[in-house]
Design a protein around this ligand. Structure first.
Ligand SMILES: NC(=O)c1ccc[n+]([C@@H]2O[C@H](COP(=O)([O-])OP(=O)(O)OC[C@H]3O[C@@H](n4cnc5c(N)ncnc54)[C@H](O)[C@@H]3O)[C@@H](O)[C@H]2O)c1
Length: 348
């Protein structure tokens, strides 16, 4: 299948590394960007066609649009692609509101095309291995879990950090999808949430000479402490923050009656997995990453999408997953702290 990439920014080269490894089933043929300088550099580097954004939607050679634009453009780009009969793989979040999500989902069904969305790290070796351990019931009946992503933001390293502090960014919409998608894959749907969130810094100072601006006005909450209640009854504590000074250590732990399982960071495709050893009272490593080059796996979701379309076995659960995660995030975002649980609708 032929792929057109829209959005030739920071992550696009990493996608090319992964996609180029799968040329027997897919081929990136064209790219487009609002900023034609970026698409020109990208097209020359990867020897693919450079098209305008309007041209790429109607190009008959393209089957799938890979949407690598910032979150605020995800809805518009995915919608135009679906309306033009293209399948879409979108970066996360799939869209910014439940209303947008409903429109995307309906348009996908009406046009008989598929919309898949990041994250795809759960298709990597570490999550597969962790799922196998969990299903082996070694830790016994699941009684709880804990997931967190805590840093002090992205302005120290990202070449264009502004969108991370605008609607659709923040730690919830930017990093939440990795942790929530993994949790839903392991524990099933979330039915209720409770949450506290805060914007602790109104401005972020950009500490990167490559970035043209020095200050970012923060629009969104950047510190979330939440509880997720799953349909199974299990309750998981979930924290995402861009406000905390602390070494980065993405966490996903599942607690069972007999032991606990520490997954690799869901932000990565591979990593370490540990089980709690009751004799030594320590974590014991049960899986180590074979490949430290994480970007080796970038684009796995696109590969999975191509394979399942070709084999005509696209899973309805997988199609609904990014929308369920969107639903959880929108409910956490709009949560009004009143001590009650907020209900997640099973459909939108
Ligand atoms: N950078 C990372 O490490 C990383 C990792 C994983 C996922 N992502 C996700 O990938 C997406 C892109 O991130 P990035 O870091 O590459 O951002 P970026 O700002 O570096 O690149 C985005 C590109 O999209 C273009 N663009 C913006 N609006 C557009 C529109 N309407 N039509 C066409 N082009 C448009 C911009 O000109 C820019 O070149 C985001 O959703 C982000 O969350 C980024």
């Amino acid at each position: 299948m032929n792929i057109g990439i829209i959005g030739c920014g920071a992550i696009s080269d990493q996608y090319m590394i992964g996609l180029n490894k799968n040329q027997e089933i897919l081929k990136v043929v064209a790219c487009a960007d609002l900023d034609s300088n970026k698409s020109e550099v990208f097209s020359k580097k990867h020897k693919i066609d450079m098209l305008s954004v309007e041209e790429i939607f109607v190009n008959n050679d393209i089957d799938i649009i890979v949407n690598l634009t910032p979150p605020s453009s995800h809805f518009e780009i995915s919608m135009k692609s679906l309306e033009n009969g293209k399948h879409v793989f979108s970066e996360k979040p799939v869209s910014l509101s439940i209303d947008e999500g409903k429109i995307l989902y309906t348009t996908m069904k009406e046009n008989n095309v598929y919309l898949f969305a990041a994250p795809d790290t759960y298709l990597g070796p570490a999550f597969k291995k962790g799922t196998e351990f969990l299903n082996s019931k070694q830790i016994g009946k699941i009684i709880g879990g804990s997931a967190s992503f805590i840093t002090h933001g992205v302005e120290g390293w990202h070449p264009n950090p502004e969108f991370y502090y605008k609607k659709g960014g923040g730690p919830l919409f930017d990093m939440g999808p990795y942790y929530l998608t993994s949790l839903v894959k392991l524990l099933g749907p979330v039915t209720q949430v409770s949450s506290y969130s805060e914007k602790n810094f109104n401005k972020r100072l950009v500490d990167n000479p490559e970035v043209k601006y020095e200050e970012i006005e923060v629009e969104v909450d950047t510190h979330y402490v939440s509880l997720l209640k799953f349909k199974s009854g299990v309750v998981v504590d979930f924290q995402v923050s861009f406000d905390i000074w602390k070494p980065y250590d993405g966490k996903l732990e599942i607690y069972g009656e007999n032991s606990s399982l520490k997954f690799a960071d869901p932000n990565n495709y591979d990593g370490e997995i540990s089980i709690f050893n009751k004799e030594t009272y320590q974590w014991e490593n049960i899986y180590s990453s074979k490949d430290s080059e994480n970007n080796y796996y970038r684009g796995l979701g696109v590969v999975e999408m191509v394979n399942s379309i070709k084999e005509n076995n696209v899973s309805e659960d997988d199609l609904f997953l990014p929308f369920h995660v969107l639903n959880i995030m929108c409910t956490l975002e709009s949560y009004d702290l009143d001590g009650n649980w907020a209900k997640i609708s099973e459909q939108f």
